[in-house]
Design a protein around this ligand. Structure first.
Ligand code: 2AM
Length: 175
């Protein structure tokens, strides 16, 4: 049976990915960390780890039954976690819809044997990796807003030094 590394996430619109990449280039020193490729910028809802095709099917079934309205996301916060070496973009106040969706997906994942982090869910978009030294963060005042109208399941593969994400399925969050 084939095993895939999977996660549920929110995609970012391509123009927003480009804006964030530009802002990142303007505000972070080159040595701050390794930039995540524009197309790979996303917000993880639930990380599943390495799962079988059967578990993937079961979790996709459950995801397809989720009935929840969309929500707006305000990206107005940034931070640095030196231990995993992550510089991130997030929200000062996460919308309730985002927390509900992540909580449901994480609970379903846990029930199907996908161990979930004991740490509280902190919604974020990873901008830089390998950022283990002190990083100067841009001053507050930046703000992007976008309407989230779907969520998706992605696979992650690593080859030839590159991480590639592929969308396997997508489900609407109606307005
Ligand atoms: P990160 O960006 O903070 O590293 C794909 O790896 C996505 O799943 C990333 O957004 C990653 O978050 C997230 N993720 C959550 N837990 C993970 C784990 N234990 N290992 C790898 N990725 C994890």
């Amino acid at each position: 049976m084939s095993i895939q590394r999977l996660f549920f996430a929110l995609e970012l619109p391509a123009p927003l990915q480009q804006q964030l990449v530009q802002w990142r280039a303007d505000h972070f020193a080159e040595e701050a960390g390794k930039p995540v490729a524009a197309a790979n910028l996303h917000l993880t809802l639930a990380f599943l780890g390495d799962v079988s095709a059967e578990t993937s099917q079961q979790l996709q079934q459950l995801a397809s039954r989720i009935v929840q309205p969309g929500f707006s996301l305000d990206l107005d916060d940034a931070g640095h976690w030196p231990r995993p070496g992550v510089v991130w973009l997030g929200c000062q106040r996460a919308p309730r819809g985002l927390l509900q969706l992540a909580s449901l997906l994480r609970a379903q994942a846990a029930r199907h044997g996908c161990a979930q982090s004991a740490q509280p869910f902190h919604p974020h978009i990873t901008l830089l990796r390998h950022a283990t030294q002190k990083v100067a963060l841009p001053p507050r005042g930046f703000h992007w807003r976008y309407d989230v109208s779907d969520f998706a399941l992605f696979s992650s593969t690593f080859s030839q030094g590159r991480t590639r994400y592929r969308r396997l399925a997508r489900w609407p969050l109606p307005s």
